[in-house]
Design a protein around this ligand. Structure first.
Ligand code: FUB
Ligand code: ZN
Length: 676
């Protein structure tokens, strides 16, 4: 049902911009993160991920010794740090209790990278690390170094908080990716063995725990495992996790662990999206990454099982996220307290969370909605999250990362105001809780799988990037080669060379919301060959060898937020194509809050200008605005009618949002005051 994600072997990204991002991941991020996972980056928070696998493998070897006594779980913290940071005990678990997942995400990124560019040395490193994971896995299949090292007698006793099923989900994603990339089954066997163990202990049958993941991802990972192996039992387990969530009596209540109430007026189980059965959920609530991963898994299950009630819940949740709770940058999660959603239209720019992982999750959700029902509105959001929050999560040199992606930064406040302490003003080398950097790496190195999806006859083009793609229509090969010429700032010219003898091949092209009047040049009679539906233009055969040219005009626009977004009242943000723009202090001087712009005047006089930011070419947009002259001698508060205030015309320089904070710490602002 629906359409499928492409195997990355079918898609080669040739686009100069995106290829550079992928090369950055391959050459900088992957090697750097390997060092970080091995605690070898001076000045960066230690990971302990590989340390933990080594300790678990050692314990397993020792378990065969006579008189061996396994560790007994007493109590362990959510994050365990060595007393002496320079001398961690080689037999102890350290880091966050889900530290295993950082390694799994890294292997997944490696897998995609190897598909794009073979690298025997990297593959060897990954193979050796995978072998270590295999050696750490318990003989019965269980695999979570936190419990292996702290005491398995407590395993699966806190599914809500302790992430065993989350680590399993990441293991499975990595295992499928590595198998698809290399044909090697070792990690796949590890994942299947752990899946079997989970299946034997968790599920609806008598004698099993009726539990489900406290942090979702296993749902979509099991679907992927099902698709890679053809074994229905994995889809069944994924479906069970989706169906069981939030049923009464609530499993998490029954686990009996104290439940922290993060927000008033909502069931605290909503933090885990477990306040109601999923088909009854219509508002995105709780931890944003958890929510995105759940909705992705729900959409997969809905599509593959043809479950219309579940599909309808996915649509409602999509609406809640993207129409009421999403930043203009595709960021989601408005508060750092619990890294969570708050209420509709609550989108503060400065105390924002907008975790990089949450936008990656939104991309997963969007692609799955597209697979279920191709509508361009899903792709518009997917593109927004990719071009803005995800790209912004990584420095232009690939060496540092944002976890939180603010839309407004005033460094002094971020340092002094405890309510903003979570907002870093410059990207960090690594994090104790390092979920985001390897997530960005796996997303960017698999970007090809978001550009296209396919069904038997149709290739859906969701994003426009230079690429080469192959497809099979009833055994007849289809080859497409796409280039995107962005040299004219007012249009993208997409040239698609199609070559196939399959006349039943259909090419579906998304018409992006940011382009006013897309124009397609192709041969043939309009009525016969072209159909439009839900924002896609469907082009039918006959084919042969043909070049299509799609021109997507674009222009800078000032966007306003819905009046219910209190923080953006009276403000505008500059957006150009899929890219959100921002002002930085380094170009516009300090006190960005004193800046205002008249959108119409600006757009009449603006010009594009190329500049270099950290060695990368940036298309800046310059034009007239105003700076309010500071009033500092009239008292903290003064009579607005008596004290004259002036504003000075200034030239404003906007840069792409994702490039901010690559020239040191400084103020940044996405939404500016609007003047008439
Ligand atoms: O809990 C695992 C990951 O760590 C979450 O997805 C992130 O939000 C961070 O809390
Ligand atoms: Zn994260």
């Amino acid at each position: 049902m629906g359409n499928q994600a492409m195997n990355l072997r079918q898609v080669k990204i040739t686009d100069p911009f995106w290829k550079e991002e992928m090369e950055l991941v391959r050459k900088e991020v992957i090697p750097y993160q390997w060092e970080a996972l091995n605690d070898r980056v001076p000045g960066a928070a230690p990971s302990f991920a590989m340390h933990n696998f080594r300790a678990a493998a050692k314990l397993r070897e020792r378990s065969h010794e006579e008189g061996f006594r396994p560790p007994v779980f007493t109590e362990a913290d959510f994050e365990v740090l060595p007393e002496d940071p320079a001398n961690p005990d080689p037999d102890h678990f350290y880091g966050f209790l889900f530290q295993d997942s950082d390694f799994y995400k890294w292997v997944e990124a490696v897998a995609y990278s190897l598909t794009n560019v073979p690298d025997p040395a990297l593959e060897e490193t990954a193979d050796a690390a995978i072998d270590l994971v295999r050696r750490a896995q318990a003989e019965d299949g269980y695999l979570d170094t936190y419990y292996i090292l702290n005491g398995r007698n407590a395993e699966f006793t806190n599914l809500r908080d302790n992430h065993e099923l989350y680590c399993f989900g990441h293991l499975t994603e990595a295992a499928v990716a590595y198998y698809e990339a290399t044909g090697k089954r070792e990690l796949l066997e590890v994942a299947m063995k752990y899946a079997a163990y989970i299946d034997a202990h968790i599920g609806p049958e008598e004698g099993k725990k009726r539990g489900y993941p406290g942090h979702e991802i296993a749902e979509m990972a099991l679907v992927r495992l099902y698709q890679a192996t053809g074994e229905e039992k994995y889809l069944e387990l994924g479906r069970y996790f989706v169906d069981e969530r939030g049923q009464r009596p609530n499993y998490f209540d029954a686990e009996g662990h104290a439940l922290r109430s993060w927000q008033e007026d909502v069931d605290p189980n909503s933090y885990y999206q477990a306040h109601r059965p999923v088909r009854e959920q219509d508002e995105a609530l709780g931890h944003a990454v958890r929510a995105m991963y759940l909705y992705s898994g729900m959409t997969d299950v809905a599509r593959l099982t043809g479950d219309e009630t579940l599909a309808e819940a996915c649509r409602k949740l999509w609406h809640s996220v993207t129409r009421e709770k999403m930043y203009i940058t595709g960021g989601v999660g408005s508060t750092h307290v619990g890294e969570a959603f708050t209420h509709p239209f609550d989108l503060p720019n400065d105390t924002v969370y907008a975790e990089s992982c949450a936008s990656i999750g939104l991309i997963f959700f969007a692609r799955r909605m597209l697979q279920m029902e191709p509508k361009s509105t899903y792709a518009d959001v997917m593109e927004k999250a990719l071009y803005n929050t995800v790209l912004s999560g990584m420095a232009l040199d690939g060496k540092s990362f944002f976890y939180v992606n603010p839309l407004e930064v005033h460094p002094l406040s971020d340092h002094r105001d405890p309510g903003k302490r979570h907002v870093e003003t410059v990207r960090q080398k690594w994090f104790g809780c390092a979920c985001c950097p390897p997530n960005i790496a796996r997303l960017l190195s698999s970007v090809g799988s978001y550009v296209y999806t396919e069904d038997e006859t149709t290739l859906f083009t969701h994003l426009y990037m230079g690429s080469e793609v192959t497809k099979d229509v009833h055994g007849v090969p289809v080859r497409l080669s796409t280039t995107v010429d962005r040299s004219d700032a007012l249009k993208w010219v997409v040239r698609i060379e199609v070559e196939t003898e399959a006349d039943d091949f259909v090419l579906a092209l998304r018409m992006p919301a940011w382009s006013d009047v897309p124009v397609l040049e192709a041969v043939g009679d309009t009525d016969e060959r072209f159909r439009e539906k839900d924002g896609y233009l469907y082009i039918l055969g006959p084919w042969g060898k043909e070049t299509l040219t799609l021109t997507l005009p674009l222009r800078p626009r000032f966007m306003k937020a819905d009046s219910r977004v209190r923080e953006d009242a009276g403000k505008v943000a500059l957006v150009y194509g899929p890219t959100v723009y921002c002002l930085e202090e380094v170009d516009n001087g300090p006190d960005l809050h004193l800046i205002s712009v008249n959108p119409e005047e600006f757009l009449k006089e603006m010009q594009f200008s190329e500049m270099m930011i950290a060695g990368k070419r940036a298309l800046s947009i310059q034009g007239p605005g105003f700076r309010e002259e500071p009033v500092t001698e009239a008292g903290l508060y003064y009579d607005a009618c008596e004290v004259s205030r002036k504003r000075t015309p200034v030239t404003l320089t906007w840069i792409p949002y994702y490039m901010w904070a690559n020239r040191g710490e400084n103020e940044m602002q996405v939404f500016e005051r609007e003047t008439c």
